[in-house]
Design a protein around this ligand. Structure first.
Ligand code: PGA
Length: 227
């Protein structure tokens, strides 16, 4: 069975207190052993304010979760008020999302900025999860995982079909040589398995569904068992 990736994206949600409940609930569920940690990498893209306490909980309870950034600064260290740079991120996270549609739309991030962010991330050995909306999008050589996320499918409750996403994933792999392509956009515990079963899809990136620990756990189990 191929190795899969589950990248949850909390976006701008949850406080430290709320996140503790999430981790406690996920921990209780995951102790059943149904998640195949040898076959599935789970990363959780969480707000900066939560990263330190989340990391401590994950380490103390040996949770099968990697901390992921939702974004990083295009700059290195220096006078860039409000920014978290790649070196700082690498202290708490192993993965980072670059180029999410919400960054492109609300913060006007373009390919030049996103290529530089990917370069910054790689300088500190962060695994880059690079998001694109279509098969034609430019993809930097630093991308470790590409997440295909059609804009209309994000947060809409209307996912792409597994076959349609697989077709795009196959084309992205053929064009760029990237090893892993995952799918994002209205992923739930009801459809995650169908995406995971596709030959060229190596996992999923749920946003809303990752806020519910029980649903996130069920997605992890679906990805552990999908053939
Ligand atoms: P969603 O978000 O699962 O809420 O549609 C997906 C995403 O963040 O790409």
């Amino acid at each position: 069975m191929k190795h899969r990736f589950l990248i949850g994206n909390w976006k701008s949600n949850l406080t430290i207190r709320e996140s503790r409940e999430w981790f406690r609930d996920f921990h209780a569920l995951s102790s059943s052993g149904a998640i195949r940690t040898d076959l599935l990498t789970i990363a959780l893209a969480i707000p900066h304010t939560i990263m330190g306490s989340a990391r401590t909980f994950i380490e103390e309870h040996e949770l099968p979760i990697e901390v992921c950034g939702q974004d990083i600064s295009v700059f290195g260290e220096g006078p860039y008020t409000g920014e978290v740079n790649a070196r700082q991120m690498a202290e708490v996270a192993r993965f980072v999302i670059v180029g999410h549609t919400e960054r492109r739309t609300h913060f006007k991030e373009n390919d030049a900025i996103l290529y530089e962010k990917a370069r910054q991330a790689k300088m500190y050995d962060l695994h880059v999860v690079y998001c694109v909306n279509s098969e034609h999008h430019a993809i930097p050589p630093e991308a470790d995982i590409v997440s295909y996320e059609p804009e209309w499918a994000i947060g809409s409750g209307k996912p792409e079909t597994p076959e349609g996403a697989n077709d795009v994933a196959r084309k992205i792999k053929a064009r760029t040589g990237v090893g892993h392509v995952i799918y994002g956009g209205s992923v739930t515990d009801g459809n995650a398995g169908a995406f995971a079963m596709m030959s060229d899809i190596d996992g999923v990136l749920p946003g809303k569904a990752s806020l519910d620990p029980a649903q996130f756990y069920r997605i992890a189990v679906a990805l552990s068992t999908a053939r």
